[in-house]
Design a protein around this ligand. Structure first.
Ligand code: SAH
Length: 341
């Protein structure tokens, strides 16, 4: 389910050209509208100064599809975490993460998430609906506007499971790439794994980075952390990952949250290394950001280093990914949960 209302954001250049023609305007206005929507990031039709005044007036209330910043938290490292309010009152989270060379946006793909992963704040809340392509694009434009700087990278690691909203996510990737002008290799889609969906996604043959949230070295433990994995055995998930690599000719990354004394022992590192042997894929180790609802703890830095070292020893390249802006409810869905929305 998603919002049905038509907005300009989310339309391709061809769709915008058809739309301006339907309004009785010459077709070159489609290209202009496209530029002002995606490159200049306008918030209202009246902002398009190259359009005739009377037409701008007629359409001044036409829905562009931009959200409103409901709240903003800024971390000492300048990471900015937004709560965005959508047309239907839904609230989603978006994060802007700056470094001298990059501006990365972490976007949501759904309002809430139906996957219920035990360690995830979004999973503890309620799932409402899929986001439209326009609502995904708006998040990038909002961060760009707020930072007054072009976004260089986009990661689908905010609220929601992107592969459960594949059609809109694929449309958004195309617009991010072709209309906003961010290279596919600078985009990452992260999934916890949905039966059949990884192969469906592979067949789009995108050049993006694909990340799979693994978080456990065996099926029993994975089911404890990710209840939905009961219907998607680890062996099937990994064989789908292999096929993804064959089809797209792109490597994928495994994400592994480190939870103290749950999945971070030496034996589990060895088990994980054996599981991933021959994959030639990278493992991103993510120190867990504690959430209120559950008692898991972040692994100590010593245990994290040892786990990483053990993987490397067994030939699995690993890196530790500290999330930015920890002080400001950095983990997925935490800010929204703290607002009780
Ligand atoms: N549903 C997708 C994308 C959203 S979550 C997925 O599961 O991959 C993006 C990443 O943040 C995932 O790897 C997820 O496991 C991780 N994450 C969720 N809660 C977290 C927490 N409390 N601490 C650290 N990482 C977390």
């Amino acid at each position: 389910m998603q919002l049905k209302e038509e907005t300009l954001l989310g339309k391709s250049i061809e769709e915008l050209t058809n739309w301006v023609e339907l309004q009785g305007q010459p077709n070159y206005r489609g290209k202009q509208l496209h530029q002002w929507l995606y490159r200049k990031g306008i918030r209202s039709f009246t902002d398009i100064s190259v359009f005739p005044k009377s037409w701008r007036k007629d359409l001044e209330h036409y829905p562009i599809g931009r959200s409103v910043i409901h709240d903003l938290v800024v971390a000492p490292d300048k990471t900015r975490k937004y709560l965005l309010s959508l047309k239907d009152g839904s609230i989603i989270e978006t994060v802007g993460i700056p470094t001298p060379k990059r501006l990365t946006v972490c976007v949501s793909s759904q309002v809430g998430c139906p996957m219920s992963c035990d360690f995830c704040a979004t999973g503890k809340g309620t799932f409402k609906r899929n986001l439209t392509c326009g609502e995904i694009i708006d998040q990038i434009l909002t961060v760009q506007e707020d930072f007054q700087r072009r976004v260089s990278h986009v990661v689908f690691m905010g609220m929601g499971e992107p592969l459960l909203n594949m059609e809109e996510v694929i449309k958004a990737i195309k617009i991010i790439n072709q209309d906003i002008g961010i290279g596919q290799r600078s985009l990452t889609v992260s999934t916890v794994g949905i039966p059949k969906k990884i192969l469906e996604f592979a067949n789009y043959k995108l050049q993006i980075t694909f990340a799979v949230s693994l978080h456990a070295s065996n099926q029993i433990l994975r089911e404890q952390l990710i209840p939905t994995s009961k219907s998607y055995p680890l062996s099937t998930l990994l064989s789908d990952c292999k096929k993804y690599v064959e089809i797209t000719k792109r490597r994928l990354t495994f994400e592994y949250i480190l939870l103290e004394k749950i999945n971070d022992s030496l034996e589990q590192a060895v088990e994980l290394a054996k599981l991933l042997k021959g994959f030639q894929n990278h493992v991103n180790l993510i120190p867990y950001n504690p959430i209120e609802e559950v008692k898991y703890q972040r692994s100590s830095s010593q245990r994290i280093k040892t786990f990483s070292y053990q993987l490397e020893k067994y030939g699995i390249p690993a890196s530790i990914r500290y999330s930015r802006g920890l002080e400001t409810h950095a983990a997925c869905g935490q800010l929204r949960a703290s607002h009780n929305t």
